[in-house]
Design a binder for this molecule. Structure first.
Ligand code: C2E
Ligand code: CA
Ligand code: CA
Length: 739
């Protein structure tokens, strides 16, 4: 800071000096020659120099700003040269310049060799003054020398060491010897090398001309060097020649001129080459000087380019991720981003819709991928035609779509969906069904992913339903989800606390009306005594696999009950236990069933394994081997809900079975044609099952009429409210003992 202020002050001073000197120069230029009285010899010499015989002056190279020579500069320049130019201005005496050969030890030798007539910039040394062969001018300029060292050098402590001096700088050698007699003088070809020697530690000190020092210390490479002021040698620089009549005349003219050069003129020249002349940085010095700024610049540039590249890349990536290539709709990532923005804007109520095509994979397989792709594109086009500008649609994967719409009411959205579905139906030559789940955005603060989940859950409520294909996420559904979560989390404790209890629904022989068996049905009894029916939790536990534990738990309760009857020597009937389809994928199912039943010592024919027909048709080979092995162990195998789903008569012959349980649906047929057909089917199935030597039982029998019909077609046994509802263990036990 201090330095900067100092520089500013000196620069201003220089400007003031320049301004004040300018009129003086003009005056000197016009009147200078006439004012100085010259002798005849002097006038003759001046004339001669003007007529093509200028005086040759030797200039000492590498001493800028004192003097400098080509090739770096286009012409001779420096304080000495400028002073000589002033002399020419004032006297008319003309000069020509040449370089003092550095190889020669001193300018004196060059003078003797007639390389030039005069030499400029010679320091007035005693040796020169005392030599009668030489003649020296008055003070041309300040010829003081300075001692340069590294900042922390203390020259007075130097007992031995080296001092660098430029070769040919006779005065420097003399001064160095005088000031530091103990130090060894090392010569270098130029002043830059002299300072380099100090920088690199080859020498401890350097002796250079004061002007050269001022100039060279501006070189950033020399930033750790200083001029040691106490070791300054005050000296004058002058013009020197061999003592001949001609040089005497020349020196006399020069001296006359020098006496005319005012202090202001001299200062102007001197400042022009020292303070106001900035150091000429070569590329490496420039790099060195601004190394920290450059380094910071490079780092900033790299950082900025990295950030720009990253931004561009992420924008590109985001764009790619945000679009679905096939349909042009948003991708899931893009959709979530767009929803999060749209949600913040005010407007009509928002709805998130999740939709897909039922059995799309089957369509893809049958009609080919190309047709499938066309179908997907078609859906987007149709749905888009119902969307407003700010609405968005997304294809998250395969045939799964999502949309965000603004509508004045849920009803108008449903109306639009119905219209879109009708259009879609007309556009495809197949009875494809679309399923929709809608989440009316009531709470803007819940996370977007959760909102999407809600729409997906709503869609699941209408899964496989072709009539009612729009599900809405409402309060009821919300409560159910909460309830599901609660049930899932309390399953373990419910098992431990024996909250699951077995109810028994008796089975009766059609003709004798005797109890021939029972079905164990699970109930979840809460701590408050309320009962949760299995329909509310079976599917849930099937999804997370907990049903396996529950079914084995039920098997144990049944075995316990049978064991109790056995101990009391009461008559025993086979009790069926329901096993979920999930078991068929566990390798240890057969083993586990066996283990449990054997542990309780219950004869295997008293346990019936009940699996639904759909369970059995899933993987016929696997089912065949598992149920076959259980049957071989002595268990009875019962096919539950026969006729409820897509029945394949094939299963009847493929799967090892003992009992076929007719689905209650047949009995629910409406009176009239439908019932007639249902009855024909029952009749046919009963006869078919009998032909296969299997036992047939009808469930869900509620009325006498149904009972009579089933009896008339030869059904073997009956289960239903008509005879008995499912009973708790005590009631069933009572029923068994009272028979
Ligand atoms: P499911 O195996 O078809 O059981 C018959 C269901 O019909 C029982 O419902 C029973 O109470 C009901 N039912 C019996 N007679 C009549 C009738 O005359 N009219 C009407 N409307 N219904 C009748 P529940 O006990 O609610 O069980 C429902 C379903 O839950 C069962 O259907 C079965 O799939 C499943 N389930 C019950 N307990 C278990 C179990 O321990 N394990 C497994 N995996 N599933 C079970
Ligand atoms: Ca059953
Ligand atoms: Ca059933």
């Amino acid at each position: 800071m201090k330095k900067a202020v100092l520089r500013l002050v000196t620069a201003c001073m220089a400007l003031l000096v320049v301004a004040s000197v300018a009129p003086v120069l003009a005056f000197a230029q016009s009147d200078g020659v006439a004012e100085i009285p010259f002798t005849d010899e002097e006038q003759a010499l001046i004339l001669r120099t003007q007529n093509g015989e200028p005086i040759t002056i030797g200039i000492i190279p590498h001493t800028f700003p004192l003097s400098e020579c080509p090739p770096e500069y286009s012409d001779y320049t420096g304080i000495n040269v400028e002073m000589l130019a002033l002399i020419t201005q004032k006297t008319g005496l003309r000069f020509t310049y040449c370089r003092v050969p550095i190889e020669k030890n001193s300018p004196y030798e060059s003078l003797k060799a007639n390389d030039f007539t005069l030499v400029a910039g010679t320091i007035k040394l005693d040796a020169f003054l005392q030599n009668p062969e030489l003649i020296l001018s008055d003070r041309l300029c300040d010829g003081s020398a300075v001692c340069i060292a590294k900042r922390d050098t203390a020259p007075n402590t130097l007992k031995s060491g080296k001092i660098a001096v430029m070769n040919g700088y006779q005065a420097g050698i003399v001064f160095a010897e005088k000031l530091f007699p103990n130090l060894k003088i090392v010569l270098y070809p130029n002043n830059e090398d002299v300072l380099r020697a100090v920088r690199s530690g080859h020498t401890d000190l350097a002796m250079i001309s004061r002007y050269v020092g001022i100039y060279q210390l501006q070189n950033p490479l020399n930033e750790y060097l200083v001029s040691l002021e106490p070791y300054q040698m005050v000296a004058d620089s002058c013009v020197m020649g061999l003592n001949t009549p001609e040089t005497q005349t020349a020196i006399s003219i020069i001296n006359k001129a020098l006496s005319q050069i005012g202090e202001d003129e001299y200062s102007h020249v001197q400042m022009n080459f020292s303070i106001t002349h900035p150091y000429r940085l070569v590329a490496t010095q420039f790099l060195f000087k601004y190394r920290y700024i450059l380094l910071a610049g490079v780092v900033i540039c790299l950082l900025v380019s990295y950030l720009i590249a990253k931004l561009l890349y992420s924008q590109k990536e985001r764009f790619l991720l945000s679009r679905d290539e096939l349909t042009g709709a948003f991708s899931e990532v893009g959709f979530e981003l767009a929803v999060s923005k749209a949600i913040l804007k005010p407007g009509l109520p928002l709805f998130i819709t999740d939709f897909d095509i039922q059995h799309f994979s089957r369509y893809n397989e049958l009609c080919g991928k190309q047709k499938g792709d066309e179908l997907l594109k078609n859906i987007v086009t149709i749905v888009r035609s119902f969307l407003c500008e700010q609405d968005i649609i997304c294809r998250s994967y395969a045939d799964n779509f999502k949309a965000l719409t603004r509508k004045d009411s849920l009803e108008s959205l449903i109306a639009d969906i119905q219209k879109a579905t009708a259009l879609f139906g007309q556009s495809v030559d197949s009875d494809l069904v679309l399923h929709f789940g809608i989440y009316p955005v009531t709470d803007h603060n819940i996370p977007i992913v959760k909102m999407l989940d809600f729409a997906a859950v709503a869609k699941k409520t209408v899964k496989n339903n072709s009539q009612d294909f729009i599900g809405v996420y409402d309060e009821k559904l919300h409560k159910r989800l909460i309830n599901d979560a609660r049930m899932l989390s309390s399953f373990d404790s419910a098992i431990e606390n024996k909250e699951f209890i077995a109810y028994y629904q008796p089975k009766f022989d059609v003709t004798t009306k005797e109890i021939i068996g029972a079905e164990a049905l699970v109930r979840w009894r809460n701590s408050d005594g309320s009962m949760i029916p299995p329909m509310e939790f079976i599917e849930l536990f099937e999804k997370n696999g907990q049903i396996r534990r529950l079914d084995f738990y039920m098997l144990k309760r049944v075995c316990e009950f049978q064991q109790k009857l056995m101990l009391l020597r009461l008559p025993l009937v086979a009790i069926s236990v329901n096993f979920s389809r999930v078991h068929l994928h566990s390798s240890d199912f057969t083993e586990k069933v066996n283990q449990i039943v054997e542990r309780f010592g219950v004869p295997k024919h008293l346990i019936e394994i009940e699996c639904t027909e759909t369970t059995m048709t899933n993987d016929v080979d696997l089912t065949k081997s598992i149920l076959g092995s259980l049957q071989a162990q002595g268990f009875s195998i019962s096919m539950d809900d026969f006729g409820k789903a897509y029945s394949s008569l094939n299963t009847l012959c493929a799967i090892p079975l003992d009992i076929v349980k007719l689905d209650s649906g047949f009995l629910l047929a409406k009176p009239g044609d439908e019932r007639e057909r249902a009855r024909k089917i029952i009749r046919g199935v009963v006869s078919l099952v009998h032909d296969l030597s299997l036992h047939v039982i009808a469930e869900g029998v509620e009325t006498e009429e149904q009972y009579d019909f089933l009896k008339s077609v030869g059904c073997d046994s009956i289960q239903g409210y008509y005879f008995s509802r499912p009973l708790d263990e005590a009631s069933f036990f009572k029923m068994l003992t009272e028979r």
